[in-house]
Design a protein around this ligand. Structure first.
Ligand code: GUN
Length: 316
């Protein structure tokens, strides 16, 4: 039987995330003993975007579950950019804060370039998102210690699932600063031949179907269909799109599907960027939810511990 004929192996991100968190426990305890306090993450949540509320709550809950300290500062959606800047400057100056996370998106009223300016204001050694230009440069030069969480999580998942990268064709769909660009860099560092595709790419399915490893980070539900996928390829789905239209859920997942039943109970369901039909073609695939999502948070906690250990080494 060919690889294409059997359903894809499901890459269990939740299980890998649990392994990563378990490996952090002794390191957290060592920081606590040496510093007299746990590794500590400062978070800024400005506004009340429902998605951001959920993300920040999950990040704090999982951190606290491991014994990582958290300090949350909230600002109203009407806050001025300078108020956000003052929070970041206070976190920068606080010796008891190891990592800083400013949840994106910032409120629209803070201006078009607010995110770029706020990420640039974060002290690079506390930049657990890896978004500061110094850390982006280090990532490119392969000297980084704090790499962006979602792409690092994808690398952990691929490595721990035994997916080969050396010399293979990798295609990343999406060119965001948060996922697409750093993802491409991490794959390149592992000697994959990397192509970055985007909305202007001509004949995207043809380019994508060259990939041994295909990463979808476009933010469009079920965008990647079977024509995009080489039989047997590993497909990583970074999308977390909330669907609120029943017809769309029925057309993507099918009448009689579990997703449609879930929609009928809750009024919304999550869809990745990858169409469910791809599971019949791919060799391995990440589910949504339970694939990349849990890894992003695990890597954020890992970066926080890493930043705390670095501060201790400087102090020594
Ligand atoms: N919003 C969506 N993803 C992210 C992320 O990885 N980091 C931050 N700070 N905000 C986000």
């Amino acid at each position: 039987m060919s690889a294409a004929a059997s359903p894809a192996r499901v890459l269990d991100g939740a299980a890998v995330a649990a392994e990563i968190r378990d490996a952090l426990r002794p390191r957290i305890e060592a920081v606590r003993r040496a510093a007299g306090r746990p590794p500590t993450l400062g978070l800024l949540l400005a506004g009340s975007d429902p998605g951001s509320e959920v993300y920040v709550r999950n990040k704090m809950r999982q951190g606290e579950g491991l014994g990582i300290g958290t300090a949350l500062e909230r600002l109203p959606a009407s806050a001025a950019f300078e108020e956000a800047l003052r929070v970041v400057e206070a976190f920068n100056a606080d010796p008891d804060i190891d990592g800083i996370l400013v949840q994106s998106p910032l409120p629209a009223g803070m201006g078009d370039d607010a995110e770029r300016r706020i990420f640039e204001a974060i002290e690079p050694s506390k930049d657990v998102d890896g978004f500061h230009p110094e850390n982006v440069g280090r990532l490119v030069q392969q000297t980084s210690t704090l790499a962006p969480c979602t792409p690092s999580g994808v690398m952990e998942l691929l490595d721990r699932s035994g997916v080969a990268l050396n010399g293979r064709q990798a295609v990343v769909i999406g060119r965001s600063d948060i996922v697409g660009k750093p993802m491409a860099m991490l794959l390149l560092h592992r000697h994959a031949t990397v192509t970055i595709c985007h909305s202007r790419t001509v004949d995207l399915p043809r380019v994508a179907s060259q990939a041994d490893v295909l990463v979808a980070a476009v933010g469009r539900p079920a965008f990647v269909t079977v024509e995009f996928v080489k039989p047997g390829a590993t497909v990583v789905d970074v999308g977390t799109n909330t669907l609120t239209d029943r017809d769309q859920v029925a057309s993507i997942f099918g009448v009689g599907s579990k997703k449609l039943a879930a929609f009928d109970r809750r009024g919304r369901v999550l869809s990745g960027d990858v169409h469910p039909g791809v599971a019949g073609v791919a060799g391995a695939i990440t589910p949504v939810p339970g694939g990349v999502g849990p890894l992003t948070i695990a890597m954020l906690l890992s970066n926080t511990v890493q930043a705390a250990e670095q501060r201790l080494r400087w102090r020594a």
